[in-house]
Structures are given as C-alpha cells and as structure tokens.
Ligand binder design. Structure first.
Ligand code: FES
Length: 104
C-alpha cells in the first residue's frame, strides 16, 4: 500500500506502507522532514502532525478525543484536517493517502 507526503515546498515523498503500520512510523522510515514521532506513537508529543489532503479526509475520519486534545498542542497551526499520523493506520481505505506536512 502507498502513502505520499507533500512537503511545504511542494516536494513529494512516497513510500510503500504495509497494512497495519501507522503513518508516523512510515513517514520517519521514509525520511520525511518534519515527521519526528518523538514519543513513538503514544500520543504525547504531537511531532507527527500532518494535514490530511482534502480528498482523503473522509477516509481518514475524525480524531478520537485524546488525539483531538493533543492537536491543540501542535507546533504548526491546527487546521480542519489536522491529524496526528501515529493514529492513522494503513489499511485498504487509506491506500494511496496523501498527507501534507505542516511548515514549522
Ligand atoms: S508520535 Fe507522538 S503524538 Fe504521534
């Protein structure tokens, strides 16, 4: 399965992501600048912040309550389609997803 990150300067990075892997880990493994994942995916750092591309917003769904609260602590501004990518798990519904990396 595939995910693509679009950097603030428009550069795109794509990677194969196995089902069940979360997209923070995939972004770090792909060397995506700005995806840090400092807490290892335990929802305590907000350094995996992404903006889900509009076309994928419905498939990605809405954040759970705790993620929603953490999204108020992101370094870059929170937008409608902000998510913490450690909470996005690759599966058939997200195959091909496009994530925009915030500018910080
Ligand atoms: S990796 Fe820390 S909140 Fe996502």
């Amino acid at each position: 399965m595939k995910a693509t990150w679009i950097l603030p300067d428009g550069q795109e990075i794509s990677a194969e992501v196995p089902a069940g892997h979360h997209l923070m880990e995939a972004g770090v493994n792909a060397g995506v600048p700005g995806i840090i994942g400092e807490c290892g995916g335990t929802l305590s750092c907000a350094t995996c912040h992404v903006y889900v591309d509009a076309a994928w917003a419905e498939a990605a769904g809405a954040p759970e309550d705790f993620e929603d609260a953490m999204l108020d602590a992101t370094e870059a501004p929170r937008l409608d389609r902000s998510r913490l990518s450690c909470q996005l798990v690759m599966g058939p519904a997200l195959d091909g997803i496009v994530l925009r990396v915030p500018e910080v």
